[in-house]
Design a protein around this ligand. Structure first.
Ligand code: PMP
Length: 365
């Protein structure tokens, strides 16, 4: 050993080698929710019906896990195409959750100097992925009622010429559906790709999927996560084959594992349960919004998702009070000035929602 060699420690190496913008980040922490009513992550609260469970078990038992998965996940794509009526004019790309697709799309378009634009507040992973891939991120504030500020969006598009625009439709964390005419104006004005992220489409009354043929720069992004399959991790993107062919080059060859592929095909072969659960969630949503809106000092915002944003007098106090009562929601206070004293509450089962309403009634007197 050479005594005079500078002493290398993992910390000194990290300080010298890791990109500074990554060093200043903290890793995404998932809140612990054991034994709690879990209303923080927009999950579907219902488990699988027994017949779907049986189909799933039989399908998984047949998977040859000694082999790599089908890299193209043909059966899954065929089943999604059939379900959604996606015509041959469009191509489908699958991801390990739509999170992975956001990463792939962003990295593919991150030419030096390229800009990503999104309204704010919106899904935080857009901005995070701009940072990961070295894209310059431009956020445009929503109005105080969470609607798109179209004038500001159009002038930012004109000024920044973004390669990539993300529009969550409906939006997370605000829950509302943006005005369709505003969306179309953005699609027409944008010189780059516009990703319409329809993670919550099952709870909304609108979609841009049928409008793909109108816009060469439109990609529709979706996920099975909010439909009761968050644990499987499957997202999909639908766009013109020219776009998908490029994104496909960035994809890991086996990004969707064999168990997930088999599970999805089995579960989508009879989808009655998916529609039933989504409609139960929509009915509970109406009840929860009405009940929260009746509490003194509480404003429940309109929602077309499986969660509701409520503004209370003191969000940290209500958040902690709920936690003490073993109910976990998301405290949005401090995320963005527009979200002052807001909580994001995922729609649970009727019993869970009853517990939440009773606890909020105690805490918001
Ligand atoms: N887009 C939006 C708007 C979301 O809210 C989420 C999940 N919170 C995602 C994408 C990612 O979903 P997943 O990776 O589970 O498909």
């Amino acid at each position: 050993m050479n005594d005079r060699a500078p002493r290398m420690t993992p910390a000194s190496l990290v300080a010298a080698l890791v990109r500074p913008e990554i060093r200043t980040l903290s890793a995404y922490e998932v809140a612990k929710a054991e034994d709690m009513v879990k209303l923080d992550a927009m999950e579907n609260p219902y488990s699988l019906p027994e017949d779907a469970k049986a189909r799933l078990g039989a399908a998984l038992a047949r998977v040859p896990i000694n082999r790599y998965p089908d890299g193209g996940a043909e059966a899954v794509r065929a089943s999604l195409r059939g379900t959604l009526g996606i015509g041959d004019a469009w191509a489908v790309l699958l991801g390990n959750g739509s999170d992975e697709l956001i990463q792939i799309i962003t990295a593919t378009l991150a030419r030096p100097g390229a800009v990503m634009l999104a309204p704010e507040p919106s899904f935080v992973m857009y901005r995070m992925n701009a940072l990961y891939s070295g894209m310059r991120y431009v956020g445009v504030a929503l109005r105080s009622d969470f609607s798109l500020d179209i004038t500001a969006m159009l002038s930012a598009i004109e000024r920044e010429r973004p390669s990539l625009v993300y529009l969550a439709y409906p939006n997370n964390p605000t829950g509302n559906l943006f005005d369709e005419r505003g969306m179309v104006a953005i699609l027409k004005a944008a010189p780059g790709l516009v990703v319409v992220d329809e993670a919550y489409y099952a709870f909304a009354e609108a979609s841009f999927l049928p409008r793909l043929y109108e816009f060469a720069n439109l990609l529709v992004l979706r996920t099975l996560s909010k439909l009761g399959m968050a644990g499987l991790r499957l997202g999909y993107a639908v766009a013109a084959p020219e776009w998908i062919a490029e994104f496909n080059k960035m994809r890991q060859p086996y990004n969707v594992n064999a168990l997930t592929q088999a599970a999805i095909v089995a579960l989508l072969s009879d989808q009655g349960w998916i529609a039933e659960q989504a409609s139960a969630i929509r009915a509970e949503r109406a009840r929860l919004v009405a009940a929260l809106g009746r509490l003194p000092g509480v404003k429940a915002f309109p929602t077309q998702t499986n969660f509701v944003v409520a503004r209370v007098a003191d969000a940290p106090r209500v958040f902690n009070g709920l936690k003490e009562r073993r109910i976990l929601v998301k405290n949005l206070h401090g995320w963005h000035p527009l979200l002052e004293h807001c909580l994001r509450i995922t729609i649970g089962t009727p019993a869970e929602n009853d517990r939440l309403i009773a606890a909020c009634a105690e805490l918001c007197q």
